[in-house]
Design a protein around this ligand. Structure first.
Ligand code: GLV
Ligand code: MN
Ligand code: MN
Length: 438
């Protein structure tokens, strides 16, 4: 077979209606774990529903001969050994969701990875060639960071950016630690995967865009070339608890009033960089949160995100200045701690180029794109050559039950991922080893 005929033959098998419907059936099944009335899922990290989704995935992988293991932070791996001793290409995303989140964010990428790997394995079995790389499907623990901060926790531990013990000791709002919650659903392993017997050579992830660009441009596949930067902050506004009726206005140290001014200031800062800076306060916890008590303390989570590192520096300076002014105006104290950040960065060019050639060979419409959201690939790209793909999101809606991607787009994505994975496993991504294509 010529390379071209080879591609066309495998393309046909990847695109078969039975493969597509098998994927869509599994995706429907996956979406039942934590399903909400509004078509989304509520499956925060280390909850019961999360554990159920993972056990279903683990069963799916084990049933197809993958070796399933969890590491010590609870990342779940399905290892497919094609060539004993060879390094691994990791492929995956995350099964955890936001509260009342969408069913596509993360879960699509994990299931697409599982199906793509299974299809690539079938190709190797059919034609008997040797792969240059083995494949591991991965479900990263706690990408969302809604219950336990920071986000992208499992991939941060895997890449050495976050200390394992710190991560395990992190508590949710109710005081339950990652270690306790993950032990309770039996999802913690004992392996130090990544530093012992598994050498990661590359990483691949597919995800919904969570933006409107691909839909607007009528494009099937986004080739993610770079990421926006982000700074996340944990802020405490400290006042004094008192009576809402009896306390004189001039005596008040109202933490909620101070917090409200911070919320408005953060929005104003975005408006000074139109189209270039996204800011928000996503969470506000009021103490004691009683109707007739002036709040003594408010904890808030803020984030600042931009395509441009210098804008982030300027935005942070602006935030600190505004907080100093709010301390005087509201008679409160504001403690600002930057809790998580990443910089505007590129994905490896070789990966973007390989993905571009793959999309062209498959006849899929493609374009370069930038991710505004963080992903586990944001961590992994700093460790190994990493390729990130997007498929369209209707209306760009995400972190919402209304999140939606149409079936043909889901199936195109799996077809694309399969072919890309086949090429990477064959060693076609620069920076990894090379060998024959299946
Ligand atoms: C990802 O977790 C993000 O905050 O974008
Ligand atoms: Mn995600
Ligand atoms: Mn998300």
């Amino acid at each position: 077979l010529t390379a071209r005929a080879d591609i066309e033959q495998s393309m046909d098998s990847s695109r078969s209606p039975s493969n597509d419907s098998a994927f869509l059936d599994d995706f429907a099944m996956m979406s039942t774990f934590g399903a909400t009335g509004g078509g989304g899922v509520d499956r925060q990290a280390a909850t019961l529903e999360y554990g159920r989704a993972r056990k279903w995935l683990a069963g799916w992988l084990a049933g197809r001969g993958f070796r399933v293991e969890r590491d010590r932070i609870g990342n779940l791996f399905g290892f497919l050994e094609l060539t004993p001793g060879a390094p691994y290409v990791l492929i995956g995303s995350h099964l955890d969701s936001q509260p009342r989140g969408g069913r596509f964010d993360g879960a699509y990428g994990v299931l697409a990875a599982a199906h793509a790997t299974d299809r690539v394995r079938n190709r190797y079995q059919r034609n008997g060639t040797r792969a240059a790389l083995n494949i591991a499907v991965v479900d990263w623990f706690n990408e969302e960071g809604s219950r336990f901060q920071p986000s992208m926790m499992g991939s941060a531990v895997f890449t050495g950016k976050l200390d394992l013990e710190n991560a395990l000791n992190t508590s949710d709002a109710g005081g339950i630690s990652v270690r306790e919650a993950m032990s309770a659903i039996d999802e913690l392993g004992s392996n130090r995967i990544g530093s012992e017997n598994v050498v990661a050579a590359a990483y691949v992830e597919i995800h919904i865009e969570q933006g409107k660009t691909l839909e607007k441009e009528a494009t099937d596949i986004g080739l993610v070339a770079s990421t926006w930067a982000a700074n996340k902050y944990e802020i405490e506004v400290l006042g004094a608890q008192s009576h809402t009726g009896a306390t004189d206005m001039e005596d008040r140290q109202d933490a909620l009033y101070g917090a409200a001014l911070v919320v408005a200031a953060v929005r104003d800062i975005a408006d000074t960089f139109p189209g270039q800076l996204h800011t928000s306060c996503g969470q506000l916890t009021v103490f004691p949160n009683s109707p007739n008590t002036v709040a003594g303390k408010v904890r808030m989570h803020l984030d600042l995100r931009t395509s441009d590192d210098p804008i982030l520096v300027e935005a942070e300076r602006n935030l600190r200045q505004r907080c100093a002014a709010i301390e005087l105006k509201a008679n409160v104290k504001i403690d600002t701690r930057r809790s998580h950040s990443w910089s505007a960065n590129h994905y490896q060019l070789e990966g973007v180029e390989l993905a571009r050639r793959t999309a062209e060979d498959l006849g899929l419409r493609h374009m370069e794109i930038r991710t505004r959201a963080g992903h586990d690939s944001t961590n992994m790209k700093d460790l190994v050559p990493t390729v990130m793909l997007f498929i369209p999101s209707v209306g760009g809606i995400s972190h919402s039950e209304l999140e939606y991607t149409a079936d043909p787009d889901l199936c195109n994505g799996v077809t694309m991922l399969t072919e890309l994975l086949a090429r990477i496993a064959a060693g076609e991504l620069a920076g990894t080893v090379s060998g024959p294509r299946p």
